[in-house]
Design a binder for this molecule. Structure first.
Ligand code: IMP
Length: 192
């Protein structure tokens, strides 16, 4: 079965590809010739995931899913949340985003946070949502070279390493996206 993952983010694509069973052939936006930066103008992760999945379903009429992820920091009342990609501005720079977050948390003892992923799936008709979260804390400084985005400053509960220090397989097992994809896979089993 062919399934489009509506993302231009190669890191995300690689993570998700490793989580899907062999009979699901994952296809990227680039593979279908879609170079559009699909606008994420929603106020929630659900809305943004849906916007991206709707765009592909409408323009390409193929089975597809999209994800949207936010980092929710307790001491900042859930910020950056749905604004995680543009926290430090429209450049969407991972380094600038992390620096801003570390600055905002300077001197704070409560550094608890969670990643939350929402997946929106268009299969035949209608849209199905799946959710995954992982609890952890924001470290004092960046550590690790793997992963992407905020990974160098997020340490999942029960681990001594940040996501950027863990091998991709270890991150996938416990991550927000890994959990949401697991639900997606279970759902697809009942439908295909
Ligand atoms: P989006 O889902 O691509 O819109 O991601 C929102 C923001 O969260 C971006 O800044 C991403 O780099 C970041 N992000 C998404 N997934 C992850 C992850 O698994 N680890 C670290 N940062 C992530």
């Amino acid at each position: 079965m062919q399934l489009i993952f509506a993302t231009h983010n190669q890191n995300k694509f690689n993570e998700v590809q490793k989580l899907l069973p062999a009979h699901i052939h994952l296809v990227s936006l680039t593979d279908i010739g879609c170079m559009e930066d699909i606008p994420e103008t929603g106020n929630t992760l659900e809305e943004n995931a849906r916007l991206k999945a709707d765009y592909v379903a409408k323009n390409y009429n193929l089975p597809c899913f999209a994800d949207d992820t936010g980092l929710l920091v307790d001491a900042l009342n859930g910020a950056p949340g749905v604004r995680s990609a543009r926290y430090a501005g429209d450049r969407k720079s991972a380094d600038a985003n992390m620096e801003k977050l570390l600055f905002e948390l300077k001197g704070r003892t409560d550094r608890s946070a969670k990643f939350k992923t929402i997946i929106a799936l268009h299969l035949n008709n209608g849209c199905q949502f799946f959710e995954g979260t992982v609890q952890g804390e924001i470290t004092l400084r960046q550590a690790g070279k793997g992963g992407f985005g905020y990974d160098p400053i997020f340490r999942p509960d029960g681990h001594l390493e940040t996501f950027a220090e863990l091998p991709i397989g270890a991150k996938n097992k416990i991550s927000h996206r890994g959990k949401a994809i697991e639900q997606l896979v279970q759902y697809l089993k009942t439908k295909t």
